[in-house]
Design a protein around this ligand. Structure first.
Ligand SMILES: [Zn+2]
Length: 305
């Protein structure tokens, strides 16, 4: 394996282990990749921030719950549910606050990864800046992520209150249900932080391949974890090459890279496949100035929209 393929395989291994294990994230980093040393720290910090925002959100709902009880002795859980649905959910600030933090994390991580990936592809064209296409994508995905998380929290709250009503539970029992909601806990923060490294890594691959003049395509490489039986459809993809900005066709489905969210679960779950850059040696041999000029042209195009 050449240097860049080895690096990409190591990033992939790190992400998979981070997603699967409960271990301290600094323990699972391959030690022979000093360039990735910042990654666990970033992920850990994002996990802490995510946990903080989930705790704040939990407090917002529990405080509102208590305040509502104190106003009305005749209160029923039905009126409480109605109050959540028609007032509190709309006043929840999670999306606005968390979207910004998620964008900051994705920006730092994507930049960090693009830096090491571009360095290993061609030292003459080091990473300088993310294209507008990527920064726009980070902004929109961060908002979407925050919205999905908030929607799931609201659904979980509704579910618990409806359950409490149907079981004829007391106000206190309903309050306990809210207090113990897993949507507010550290595990969710951890899972979110670790999953989002994959997002950053995929985008960093795309950005690095686009900005590296010598990269003409991306190649699918089958690789599976020892635990899972290899999918014949993914084994068949091994060696497939498409343009950097083009989609792979896997098992009847299209995606930009392995585990793309556009694939259905059967093609995403436990997939350990990676992509590598297809490098044109004639372009690698051009002068640094010529290559820089090509990169600048690409950036102009990516910054246009
Ligand atoms: Zn696969």
């Amino acid at each position: 394996m050449n240097q860049v393929d080895k690096l990409l395989a190591n990033i992939n291994t790190f992400i998979q282990k981070a997603e699967e294990s409960a271990e301290d994230i600094t323990e699972i980093l391959p030690d022979d990749i000093p360039e990735l040393q910042d990654l666990p720290g970033l992920v850990e910090e994002f996990e802490k921030l995510t946990a903080k925002f989930l705790r704040q959100q939990r407090k917002f709902y529990l405080d509102a719950f208590k305040a509502f009880i104190s106003k009305d002795d005749e209160l029923t859980l039905e009126t409480m549910l109605n109050y959540f649905q028609s007032n509190l959910f709309a006043a929840d600030e999670f999306v606005a606050l968390y979207g910004v933090e998620a964008a900051a994390f994705l920006t730092l991580t994507t930049k960090g990864l693009a830096k090491v990936i571009m360095e290993s592809i061609d030292k003459d064209v080091p990473f300088q800046t993310l294209s507008k296409k990527t920064t726009d994508w980070i902004t929109s995905w961060s908002d979407e992520l925050a919205e999905i998380m908030q929607l799931n929290t609201h659904k979980a709250i509704e579910f618990e209150l409806i359950e409490a009503i149907q079981n004829g539970e007391s106000i206190q029992q309903a309050e306990l249900r809210l207090k113990e909601l897993p949507e507010f806990d550290r595990k969710r923060a951890r899972a979110t932080a670790r999953t989002e490294i994959l997002t950053a890594s995929s985008q960093a691959n795309w950005e690095s391949f686009m900005q590296s003049p010598a990269v003409e395509g991306k190649k699918w490489k089958h690789s599976g974890s020892k635990k899972s039986v290899p999918r014949p459809t993914h084994v068949a993809m091994d060696g497939e090459v498409v343009g950097v900005d083009e989609l792979f066709l896997v098992d009847g489905e299209f995606g930009m890279y392995p585990r793309d969210t556009t694939f259905s679960a059967k093609n995403r779950v436990n997939c350990g496949c990676v992509i590598g850059p297809v490098v044109n040696q004639d372009i690698i041999r051009l002068s640094p100035e010529e290559k820089e000029e090509i990169r600048q042209q690409v950036l102009v195009e990516l910054n246009e929209e």
